[in-house]
Structures are given as structure tokens and as C-alpha cells.
Design a protein around this ligand. Structure first.
Ligand SMILES: O=C(O)CCC(=O)C(=O)O
Ligand SMILES: [Fe+2]
Length: 357
């Protein structure tokens, strides 16, 4: 959408629209606001399936000869599509199901319970993207967004008390993800023959780095073919860990200008590279553009954990990855997330803004 269009129809007060409510009512006038008029090739089930590598985390961190093979699998997955399925990651199947179940229970609570956690002025809480303009095409999703790290900035008013184990489980899940994040950063560096802390040094202290949890809920969407659960975007994080719905697919990744659906492996965690890691690797690793196509008859729920470097850290291509044959692609930046949101709202690909001209 052009900047002028946004300005022409800016709303004085951002609207608060909950898709779960719309899905239950029969109001058709509001549906218009979700429709991508150009269709944008939105098809579910009829796009090819992406071949996503399965990377064994336990092997990655081991010193066995098989680790080498796993490192090259990791490298080639990140160079080609920017994502992989992490297996053997240390979390049990039943724990992952417990996380899925608590998300389901939260979104099934009566509306008056959920709106106790409603987002206010910031991104955090229950709701969805702020509606800034009448022209904005809305996403068919509701979310619960929680800032988990740094701990000193937590706002407990957004952490559900119901279901009762929500807080404890989220904390445990994120602690596991933190461990994975470090292993993957070290392995990414090793796979490129760099010193293993090379990327982590840009990431900053574990206590100060940012971790955001986003519980995504996509109600069934009766109008297929023109509505998206989530518009095409690449993540502004360094790495995103996505726990997919156990049964309902919907995620699609753009590769060589073609949309592919991402299969579900129930006990795996899908690792999606964020734009900050693409910058650090001087574009060798790709941050994939992805979108979500809603299901016509079934809910879909996912949990995305965004791992984001400390905003005061300088992020830039590792020096050893810049030479005559591979000139520097990206500038060095701080607080990339703020650059990201400014450009995202204008419908542009944020990483373009930090390219070396
Ligand atoms: O729900 C999904 O499959 C993807 C979610 C996602 O891309 C996001 O939250 O950024
Ligand atoms: Fe995403």
C-alpha cells in the first residue's frame, strides 16, 4: 500500500477488531476488509510442499563425526530456504502438546476473560495488529503477545492466570528455546568456518536480549481464496522458533517466487531465520518471506518465539564474510526492530532499507 493512501485514510483512534468474534457472527460487511482483491494467488492445499531439512540439534552440539554432516545440512537449509525442522531438541512430545493445549484453552475462554489481557497502546497483550487505516487489509488472526525477556521489563498483567500452568509452562518453554538459540547461533558460525561465538557476540547478553512470545490463533475462515491469516512478511527477529499446530497446516514459504506449504512434524520446532541473521551472514543465509493461509473449517494455533538481539548491539555482516567476491550487502544497524516496524506498516520489505546502496 502506498504511503499516501495510508495518510489519506488514517483513523484517529486505532480500531480493536477481534477475528474470533467476527468468525462467530454473520456480519458480512466487515469481511470486505480482509479480502485481498488481487487474490494474490492464495490457495491452500494446491501449492507444492516445501522440502524442509530436519536438523538434529543433539548431533549439532556433539563432537561426533556425524556433527559435520549436520552442520552442512544446516548451512544448506539456511542458504536455500532459510528454515529447517529442529528435531531432537530436548523437549518431549507431551510437553509440546501441553503448550499447544494451554494456548487452545486460553483462546477458548469467554471473551470477557480474554479481554482482561487486551492490548492497550503497545504491541503486548491480546488482540491483533493495530488498524491504522480503513484501507489496511486485515489478517484473519487473533494473538496473544507477551514480552518474556528481559525479565526486568515483564508486564505480568498480560500473562494469563488461566489456564493455571500457563505462566510456568511458558517460562519453561522459553528457557528451552534460549538453549536452542545459542546452539543454533554457534552452529551457524561453525558451518561458515567462523569462530563459533562470532554471531553471538553481536547478539548481546542473554539477560538483555529480547524474547517475544506470540500465540497465534486462526479461526476457521469460510471465504477461502482471498483472505490471509497473516500477510507475507519475513521476521524482524534474528531467529524465530515456531511450534506449529499438531494437525492443521497453513504456513507457506516463498522460494524462487513460488509459494510452498510447510509440512507439519508434530514433535519438531520449525526454525525460521529472521532478517537480523540474514544481515549478520551478509546475505548468505536467507530470511524467508512467509504467509499463513487460513483453513476453511478448522482452527489453527501456533506459537512463535522471536529471539531478538539487545537493541543497543550493533548488527552487521561478519567481517570474514565480506570480501571482493562477496561485497558488503547490508549496513550496520542498531535496534533493527524499530526500523522493521516502520517499513512493515508501509507495506515494504524492511531489509531493503538497510541494504548498502
Ligand atoms: O502461524 C504461523 O504459521 C506463522 C506465524 C508467523 O509467521 C509469525 O508469527 O510471524
Ligand atoms: Fe513470521
Amino acid at each position: 500500500m502506498a504511503e499516501t493512501e495510508i495518510v489519506a485514510s488514517v483513523l484517529t483512534e486505532p480500531e480493536f477488531i477481534l477475528v474470533q468474534e467476527i468468525a462467530k457472527s454473520s456480519k458480512s460487511n466487515i469481511m470486505e476488509r480482509f479480502i485481498h482483491k488481487d487474490g494474490d494467488g492464495i490457495k491452500n492445499g494446491s501449492v507444492p510442499v516445501l522440502e524442509v531439512a530436519e536438523v538434529d540439534i543433539n548431533l549439532l552440539k556433539s563432537s561426533s563425526p556425524a556433527a559435520k554432516n549436520e552442520l552442512s545440512k544446516l548451512r544448506s537449509a539456511l542458504e536455500s530456504c532459510g528454515c529447517f525442522q529442529a528435531i531432537n531438541h530436548g523437549m518431549t512430545d507431551s510437553f509440546l502438546d501441553e503448550i499447544r493445549e494451554m494456548s487452545k484453552q486460553f483462546f477458548s475462554l469467554p471473551m470477557e476473560e480474554k479481554t482482561k489481557y487486551a492490548r492497550t497502546d503497545n504491541m503486548e497483550g491480546y488482540g491483533n495488529d493495530p488498524v491504522l487505516s480503513q484501507n489496511q487489509i486485515l489478517d484473519w488472526t487473533d494473538r496473544l503477545y507477551i514480552n518474556v525477556n528481559p525479565k526486568s521489563q515483564r508486564k505480568h498483567q498480560f500473562w494469563p492466570e488461566n489456564p493455571p500452568k500457563f505462566r510456568e509452562n511458558l517460562e519453561e518453554y522459553v528457557n528451552n528455546v534460549k538453549v536452542l538459540n545459542e546452539i543454533i547461533f554457534r552452529s551457524m558460525a561453525k558451518s561458515l568456518d567462523l569462530e563459533e561465538s562470532c554471531f553471538l557476540n553481536q547478539y548481546g547478553d542473554d539477560e538483555q536480549a529480547i524474547i517475544r512470545a506470540r500465540f497465534n490463533f486462526y479461526p476457521p475462515c469460510p471465504t477461502s481464496g482471498s483472505i490471509l491469516g497473516l500477510k507475507p512478511h519475513a521476521d524482524g527477529s534474528a531467529i524465530t522458533f515456531l511450534l506449529q499446530d499438531r494437525e492443521v497446516e497453513g504456513l507457506q514459504v516463498l522460494k524462487d517466487e513460488q509459494w510452498y506449504s510447510v509440512p507439519i512434524i508434530p514433535n519438531a520446532i520449525l526454525v525460521n531465520l529472521g532478517e537480523q541473521a540474514e544481515i549478520m551472514s551478509n546475505g548468505i543465509f536467507k530470511s524467508p518471506v512467509h504467509r499463513v493461509v487460513p483453513n476453511m473449517t478448522r482452527d489453527r494455533q501456533t506459537l512463535a518465539i522471536f529471539c531478538i538481539p539487545h537493541p543497543e548491539m550493533e548488527i552487521g555482516p561478519a567481517e570474514k564474510l565480506v570480501d571482493e567476491s562477496r561485497p558488503r550487502l547490508y549496513k550496520t544497524v542498531k535496534n533493527y526492530v524499530s526500523i522493521y516496524f516502520k517499513h512493515y506498516q508501509l507495506g515494504k520489505r524492511p531489509i531493503e532499507a538497510v541494504k548498502v546502496p
